[in-house]
Design a protein around this ligand. Structure first.
Ligand SMILES: *[C@@H]1O[C@H](CO)[C@@H](O)[C@H](O)[C@H]1NC(C)=O
Ligand SMILES: *[C@@H]1O[C@H](CO)[C@@H](O)[C@H](O)[C@H]1NC(C)=O
Length: 331
């Protein structure tokens, strides 16, 4: 994306957080945040990160995992979203949409396989504001979600779709694009950045957090409210869904044929889950610094994506999620 690279250059010395690729770990019907212990959970997820990923996850994930698909090798967190499927407009079969690494990947991070690009920002893309606003890293056991698969109204600010065409990412939409996108569909999930300071989770996995986000994109979120006074890193996921091989099966003028794995009728159900798993104080060390932007800084360990790509988890559900399927797994 030339325009994106140009925008970064214009920002001057960038200095506000981490941005790194995580290859795909697995596609499975597991959800240790919303449906712990369920094997399978209701719908298929696209999961990246550490190999402690399991139907149930408790305690210090960063101490239990032994590898990660993320470039930051001390990051054993898990990051996941629903999986995108193509629903054939005439015969009704479903096919999983492949995932491409988000481009550009800077600093030798090429070689990611599919996956999600993850950000932890301190303020916006060009400033950290650390003197005014220290950032508190998440604690072991912390988890959260954003968005809701059952939603029938516009998702929260920060959950968007973009239609990739050539070098352009296009406008940020709150629903699926209505025309074929030659370069795929780009989804973004910005999480809230204000924490109540006490609870590692909450019954709805959201009320221990507060979203002050008013604009899409990497804009600074307004100050945290008294109920949720602790500023945590602003976590963002970006995913590129390679819809290109399905575009010729989408008859012109007919409705969007892409569906999330929970068969939402619109794109409003877009959502994402986060399970913290950085080892020791590594995330806090990164967040206390200004110079860790993009591919990290000296004190934060990295690995080659060729190494990251070797990290795997077992198939714990044992069902086909790819190829032409007569119904969505679990639906
Ligand atoms: C996943 O959970 C099962 C059941 O509790 C356990 O036997 C298994 O060792 C766990 N796997 C990992 C990688 O933690
Ligand atoms: C639907 O169409 C696809 C692509 O042409 C084909 O591969 C698949 O087998 C079809 N499904 C059924 C149930 O006919």
């Amino acid at each position: 994306m030339k325009s994106f690279v140009a925008a970064l250059v214009l920002l001057g010395p960038a200095q506000a957080g981490l941005r790194f690729p995580c290859s795909t770990l697995t596609f499975q019907r597991l959800d240790p945040v919303v449906q712990p212990g369920s094997r399978p959970s209701t719908h298929v997820h696209h999961i990246v990160g550490g190999n402690a990923f399991n139907a149930t996850m408790t305690g210090d994930v960063g101490e239990r995992a032994t590898c990660t698909t993320c470039q930051m090798s001390e990051d054993f967190s898990n990051y996941w979203t629903a999986t995108l499927y193509f629903k054939h407009p005439t015969n009704g079969s479903y096919h999983r949409v492949p995932v491409l690494p988000v481009q550009p990947l800077l600093g030798g991070s090429n070689g990611a396989q599919g996956g999600i690009t993850v950000y932890y920002t301190q303020f916006d893309l060009s400033r950290d504001n650390l003197k005014q606003q220290p950032i508190k890293a998440f604690q072991p056991g912390f988890r959260m979600t954003v968005g809701n698969p059952a939603s029938t109204s516009r998702p929260p600010v920060g959950l968007t779709y973009q239609c990739l065409q050539g070098q352009s990412r296009g406008a940020e939409l709150s629903d699926f694009p209505t025309k074929p996108c030659s370069g795929g569909i780009f989804t973004t999930h910005h999480f809230p950045a204000c924490w109540d300071g006490k609870n590692l989770d909450s019954p709805d996995h959201q009320s221990h957090m507060y979203n002050t986000k008013r604009l899409n994109g990497f804009t600074n979120d307004p100050a945290c409210p008294a109920s949720h006074p602790v500023r945590v890193p602003q976590v963002t996921y970006e995913t590129t869904w390679d819809t290109s091989k399905f575009n010729s099966l989408w008859p012109s003028g007919t409705p969007n044929p892409f569906v999330w794995s929970f068969e939402g009728t619109s794109g409003y159900g877009t959502h994402a889950d986060y399970m913290f798993g950085w080892k020791g104080d590594s995330l806090q060390r990164a967040m206390d610094k200004s110079e860790c932007f993009y591919d990290g800084c000296g004190s934060i360990k990295k690995q080659a994506m060729a190494v990251a790509n070797q990290c795997t988890v077992k198939d714990m559900v044992g069902e086909e999620t790819d190829g032409w399927l007569t119904k969505l797994p679990g639906m």
